[in-house]
Unconditional design. Sequence first.
Length: 342
Amino acid sequence: MEHTTIAVDLAKSVFQVAVSHRAGCVDDERRLPRDRFLAFFAQQPPATIVLEACGSAHYWARQLQPLGHAVRLLPPHDVRPYVRRNKTDRTDAKGLLEANRNEEIHAVPVKTIEHQAIASLHRLRSTWLATRTARLNTIRGLLREFGIFIPVGAARVVPQVRAFLEESTAVPVALHTTLAAACDEIAGLEENMQAVERQLAVLAAAMPDVQLLQTVPGVGLLTGTALVALVADIRRFPSGRHFASYLGLTPREDSSALRRRLGAITKRGDVYVRMLLTHGARSVVWHAKAAAHPTPLQQWAVETERRRGRNVAAVAVANKLARIAWAVWVHHRPFAAEHRAA
């Protein structure tokens, strides 16, 4: 039976559409302005609509699904090899049609409004965190030019700068007002980040999956909410290793014939979530070394650090935490209960 597939190259104002009634053939091409986009699909019979999982893709997917269409979001890095010759809107749309025929390319689940709201809160907090770090480093670098050396750490910089501005004459008077304004800006950024964390805590209280993930060592409020917002449906991963691979925590393989070579981690997937898991893993390793009665996970973490070093151990523990999170999430059982059963 003939089935229609429609590929859409998303844009801000003009969308390129490629309609295919037969595999490998483009039967119709159109350029639609934003105000005619949904009206066009409302007149089409139920079809499979293929989009890149890029900016605004989840919004348009939520708008198209009530019209009776099945929407598939494909990862942009998997679509790119199918774009032939010069990169244009037409070739991008045709590349989407070809990529959709590859069964090994897995679609990205359409995020709900709630999941996108959580992801947006994380993005804002991450932006403010980067800005705060930049301001702190700038202040420390400027003061070094006047012989003032402040140790690394957000808790040290602002109080010491304010103290120098009040008591010391080493800092030129011309800089006092500007440095005080920079300190106020840093304090404002910290207040914004704390407000986001309070919002995330309120949202997490109504999300059983986040509360379940927080039973995993090294997974707190930020990591739990970020995982739920990113993954949405954990059952699309058949095993914990697939989940860890999706997060870029498995070794990169370079093998041929009888030679098998495993290298560093792939670093594919979401950088932010992988960073949160790695920081959580560092916390697990740190607490493991101070534990009076270490758990099997803590014993393994300490032994791995002894054999391979601090950084390799942190990444290895992050991989294991991802697998544990998958098991806890899929089976709906807290980690502590599973540990006792084992």
